[in-house]
Write a protein that binds this ligand. Structure first.
Ligand code: PAF
Length: 281
């Protein structure tokens, strides 16, 4: 039976009573196949799987979509039951932040300021803070995150390393529609015409990958090819960058090791991100 736990005490009690290893899949709900692939990865690896559903106010900027963020809890529960989750941690904002916004926050340094951090300056601090809280509450052996949010994954790996958190972080490959569009809860904001346009994000990244696979090693040449491909479809990217997969530092001009090509594009109400690994990490 899948249990729904709304309090931190209840979650900890469940944890104490459960046997074997625990996998945690942190989510903000509005679940789709991408989330379910994380749940399945956890069910396969750990004895018990806990999924947290919490729209974390701390990671939204003042002008972002906190109030509009899709909330579909009943539907999420049915999907989680079918995917084999054992428990759902579903706290209120007051339960997670009883004194109002957390005074103590995890600073993630420059890793939180590059790429998406340039336009979302408080986002990764908010993510790292809620994730360390979730890890402290659930105390899992494994925690699963999608590679679609590469920057988030890299930031969390680094936090876990820097703070000696006793958990193994597992990255799970991006799930895509047949058009190539990476699954995201924010795809719900797209009209059908915008959805067609959004398929150009992965198309542009694949073009970059094909240049790389054909032997191109100039960082700027690959970056510019990706950017041009987007622009040819009327999309002006917020950024296109090639970065080191672990540190997120700008990749060297001559690509002598694997790099992640990452981009963000605003289409209508949706700000979409995607990335692709160039080379074997
Ligand atoms: O990726 C997300 O859905 C969120 O950033 C996370 C990791 C659940 C933290 O709120």
């Amino acid at each position: 039976m899948m249990e729904v736990l709304r309090t931190i005490d209840g979650m900890r009690r469940w944890n104490r009573q459960s046997t074997g290893t625990i996998g945690l899949v942190p989510t903000m709900g509005a679940l789709h196949e991408g989330h379910l692939s994380l749940v399945r990865a956890s069910v396969k690896k750990a004895d018990r799987t806990v999924v947290s559903v919490f729209v974390n106010p701390l990671q939204f900027g003042a002008n972002e979509d906190l109030s509009a963020y899709p909330r579909t809890f009943e539907q999420d529960l049915a999907l989680l039951k079918a995917a084999g989750a054992d428990a759902v941690f579903y706290p209120s904002v007051e339960e997670m932040y009883p004194r109002g916004e957390s005074l103590t926050r995890v600073s993630v340094g420059t890793m939180g300021q590059v790429l998406c951090g340039r336009t979302r300056p408080i986002h990764f601090e908010g993510v790292a803070t809620v994730v360390i809280k979730l890890l402290n509450i659930v105390a899992p052996d494994y925690a699963f995150f999608g590679e679609k949010d590469w920057q988030q994954l890299a930031v969390i790996r680094r936090m876990v390393d820097d703070l000696n958190v006793p958990v193994t972080v597992v990255g799970v490959p991006t799930v895509r529609e047949t058009s190539g569009l990476a699954l995201s809860s924010r795809n719900q904001y797209l009209s059908s015409e915008e959805r067609g346009l959004a398929a150009n994000l992965s198309r542009a990244l694949r073009l970059g990958l094909s240049r790389y696979e054909a032997g191109e090693r100039s960082r700027d040449a690959i970056r510019d090819a990706i950017r041009r491909e987007l622009q040819e479809h009327g999309l002006e990217p917020e950024y296109v960058e090639l970065v080191d997969p672990d540190t997120l530092d700008t990749a060297p001009q001559v690509l002598d090791r694997p790099a992640v090509a990452a981009l963000a594009v605003r289409i209508g109400r949706a700000r979409l991100i995607d990335n692709l690994m160039l080379g074997q990490n």
